[in-house]
Design a protein around this ligand. Structure first.
Ligand SMILES: [Zn+2]
Length: 237
């Protein structure tokens, strides 16, 4: 069994529940690779080889070593690649097409590769304070950064359409440069000299913050949920 562990849901962020509800220490017990965000949606987190990095909204990248740091939302897995990526060059537009033989559309999978990136375009969500807004209200205020000719690693997930709500359907990818100075949530990229792997999961573990009062009392606007996710997080399909 290969398992993808997710703490929190995107729907909770839509429901203004951005308070951190799992520690870095606990999260790392469920995986050494993944993506997420810190309390108050403070930046974009990428986890590589059990090391946690946070891109904060001024562009600075922090190595998070305090295991008590809290996250409201994160997805992790143990890196046990199942398939070598069948391409050397790729960009966000061609990614799904280049993997179409892998028939990913109904399953969860992780992609993890190193490469040279002629172009990287990221956005970094800015930290919010209570009372938290909804993720949708935040979608228009997210600093974006671009970098050309940088080497680094891309990590992220593909989620099937029916899980749009717990997470965002399609690709959700984060980037970290080799020199650990440039990172964020990928809006666009092109990559060459790609070396990496795909990992498919037959189990999706959805972990919820039982002890969190805000989450337990949350009432979701289900009608607006999917359009909100599309506007704020909608990944490329
Ligand atoms: Zn992201």
């Amino acid at each position: 069994m290969t398992s993808l562990f997710q703490h929190g849901t995107l729907a909770m962020l839509m429901g203004k529940q951005m308070q951190g509800t799992i520690t870095v220490g606990e999260l790392l017990q469920h995986g050494d690779t993944g993506i997420g965000t810190l309390s108050g949606l403070d930046g974009e987190v990428i986890i590589l080889n059990g090391q946690v990095y946070q891109a904060q909204s001024d562009g600075q990248v922090n190595h998070i070593t305090d295991e008590t740091t809290l996250l409201p939302f994160a997805s992790v897995h143990f890196d046990k690649p199942t398939k070598k990526l069948p391409f050397n060059t790729v960009n966000f537009e061609t990614l799904s097409d280049k993997l179409k033989d892998s028939k990913l559309h109904n399953i969860f999978s992780a992609i993890n590769f190193h490469g040279e990136f002629p172009h990287v375009h990221v956005r970094i969500v800015p930290k919010q304070i209570e009372p938290f807004p909804s993720l949708l209200e935040l979608s228009t205020h997210q600093p974006e950064f671009t970098k050309d000719n940088i080497s680094g690693t891309l990590v992220g997930y593909y989620a099937p359409e029916i899980f749009n709500g717990p997470t965002a359907a399609g690709w959700h990818l984060h980037f970290l440069s080799d020199d650990k100075t440039f990172s964020g949530h990928l809006l666009d990229f092109s990559a060459t000299n790609v070396i990496g792997n795909l990992q498919v999961f037959d189990e999706f573990v959805q972990h919820l913050p039982l002890d969190n009062t805000g989450f337990r009392n949350m009432e979701l606007d289900l009608e607006g949920l999917h359009s909100g996710i599309e506007a704020s997080e909608g990944g490329k399909k």
